[in-house]
Design a binder for this molecule. Structure first.
Ligand SMILES: *[C@@H]1O[C@H](CO)[C@@H](O)[C@H](O)[C@H]1NC(C)=O
Ligand SMILES: *[C@@H]1O[C@H](CO)[C@@H](O)[C@H](O)[C@H]1NC(C)=O
Length: 268
């Protein structure tokens, strides 16, 4: 008998969003190296090329065996694995746990030809549960329909090009970074001059101001601290402006996880 993704996630909520290593979010302005293992739900989704695997997207551990990433990270026929407990990809730190993927469930309404329709989500079921410890943990999922207020401070994490001053994509870091990303309310983000009608109500925007608004890892988490002191996965990185990395009024657009609670409860 199968348990739905959300049910297995719910059984687990007692331990979500509370990293053993506390993130340092005070001093960062423009994007900094993350304190190692302070975002223990962040995973690296890796695709197989030949005999080797390469980082291709971020993702988030949301249940003992479930990872949430973006639909656009998955290409039919490709082989993927998930690395948890990772900080610096260039060295074996002893904290990494590698898992194969048993099943990939891309949201049925995701369509790469129509990115602006949204639904850019995929659930990955791991072949077996990782060992949850100080370097691997689960993020909380928000309540259905939760909407964050304009200018709520959040953070994106990942191995992508998070520094807004780096425009050369070859300047790739191997260690995890974080970057502040302030929520832009839907009415602001969907106004003309911002993203307009490209942004749907099932999306959430963050950035678009001077300091924030850069691409993190596709599929990676938008982490926001809840009033209960736990970290919530409020968004999954979907798309950015193709013009420049740090364009004003063109914040990063995320799939809003609180809009997909029903789908998560149906997948099993
Ligand atoms: C977490 O568990 C993995 C797998 O057993 C282990 O390699 C790693 O050292 C552990 N990390 C910590 C911080 O306890
Ligand atoms: C980019 O910003 C980071 C973080 O503020 C800084 O450490 C780095 O030196 C900057 N790089 C360049 C090329 O200016």
């Amino acid at each position: 008998q199968r348990t739905s993704a959300l049910a297995s996630i719910k059984c687990f909520l007692f331990g979500c969003g509370t990293p053993a290593v506390k993130p340092d979010t005070n001093r960062i302005v423009n994007g900094e190296d993350a304190r190692p293992h302070s975002w223990p739900w962040q995973i690296s989704l890796q695709v197989k090329h030949g005999s080797r695997y390469h980082h291709t997207c971020g993702g988030t551990l949301v249940g003992p065996r479930w990872v949430l990433t973006a639909g656009h990270c998955i290409w039919p026929g490709d082989v993927y694995r998930v690395v948890l407990g990772e900080h610096d990809m260039s060295v074996q730190e002893g904290t990494e746990q590698i898992r194969d993927i048993l099943r990939i469930i891309v949201h049925p309404a995701w369509d790469i030809e129509h990115v602006a329709n949204g639904n850019d989500l995929a659930l990955l079921k791991l072949d077996k549960s990782p060992i949850l410890n100080d370097s691997v943990g689960v993020a909380c999922l928000p309540a259905a329909g939760e909407i964050l207020a304009h200018e709520t401070p959040c953070f994106i994490t990942g191995w992508g090009n998070l520094y807004s001053n780096v425009t050369d994509s070859s300047a790739f870091r191997t260690w995890q970074a974080l970057k502040p990303c302030t929520i832009a309310a839907h009415d602001v983000c969907s106004s003309s001059g911002w993203w307009g009608t490209t942004v749907k109500s099932t999306m959430v925007c963050a950035g678009g101001d001077v300091v924030s608004g850069c691409n993190g890892d596709s599929g990676g988490p938008l982490n926001c601290l809840g009033q209960d002191g736990r970290w919530y996965l409020q968004g999954v990185t979907s798309f950015v402006s193709s013009l420049v990395c740090n364009e004003l009024k063109k914040p990063t657009v995320f799939t809003r996880t609180s809009a997909f609670t029903e789908w998560l409860s149906e997948v099993n």
